[in-house]
Write a protein that binds this ligand. Structure first.
Ligand code: FES
Length: 266
């Protein structure tokens, strides 16, 4: 039996949608960006190389931390916890699992994915092609409710990225130095933290489950701060996607020897 807008009892308009504007442009644009990132990240994590620039201590966030015996010497800031991974296991499998889980369950990316990848629906007043609606109550979509736990994991990886960023002030002769790579890494760090702290789950964690704020002035401060960032969460989500790719691509190019780092100090 027909469902949705074709269900019995619904007015049979005979149009796919009555919208006359270019409603498909936004989901198409976001879909292309998400598709590019998914392909790029998949290729990069299976490369298992070109993630570390020993001369300047640049480590790409896609491979941080590198913790198996196969990691390039110097890149394992936390030491190596595992023997060398076989060639079909990405060195960054743990990092990737947590960060992909964090972004994949993010409220903003859920909206983007539902509209651009699953057309569920693609836009307001545009019928979706799916016949059934089950919400997010069944596997696998019920896993989207794990977002707050991925948030805790992303906090840990965010702190590791800051540590990597501090190490990136490494001069060519071993002292203090700043290069274009250092700046790119820190721009990415700022975007990643703006994205993480503007998270909806973060806002609930710092300010939720309280009967009043008057007895919790510190949490009220945190909540006020996060609430200012939160309306821009979608912007930070997309901006940080670009800065992650830029950082990784720049470090890959240096590591592969395609060009040298532009140095400002030493
Ligand atoms: Fe987007 Fe939490 S809602 S990261």
């Amino acid at each position: 039996m027909a469902t949705g807008v074709d269900a019995p009892g619904r007015a049979q308009v005979g149009l796919k949608t009555a919208r006359t504007d270019r409603w498909w442009l936004a989901p198409l644009r976001i879909g292309v960006i998400l598709g590019f990132f998914i392909v790029y990240a998949t290729i990069r994590i299976f490369m298992n190389k070109w993630y570390w620039v020993g001369e300047h201590h640049y480590l790409t966030p896609l491979y941080s931390p590198c913790i198996n015996d196969g990691c390039t010497p110097g890149s394992s800031h936390l030491g190596t916890w595992f023997p060398k991974f076989p060639v079909f296991i990405p060195y960054s499998i743990i990092t990737f699992a947590v960060l992909a889980g964090f972004r994949g369950t993010c409220y903003y990316y859920r909206k983007a994915g539902y509209r651009s990848l699953f057309f569920a629906p693609a836009a307001c007043a545009v019928p979706e092609p799916h016949k059934n609606y089950t919400g997010e109550r069944k596997f696998p979509l019920i896993a989207l409710n794990l977002h707050r736990y991925f948030f805790y994991g992303a906090l840990v990886f965010g702190l590791l990225n800051v540590y990597d960023g501090v190490l990136a002030f490494h001069g060519t002769d071993g002292g203090f130095g700043i290069g274009l790579g250092t700046l790119i890494i820190w721009v990415n760090l700022v975007m990643l933290w703006l994205y993480t702290l503007s998270c909806h789950a973060c806002r609930h964690i710092v300010g939720g489950r309280l009967k009043n704020f008057s007895k919790h002035p510190l949490r009220y401060r945190y909540w006020t701060f996060v609430s200012k960032l939160n309306p821009k969460h979608g912007t930070f989500a997309m901006a940080s996607l670009f800065t992650v790719i830029l950082t990784d691509a720049y470090i890959m190019a240096l590591s592969a020897g395609w060009f040298s780092d532009l140095r400002f100090i030493n």
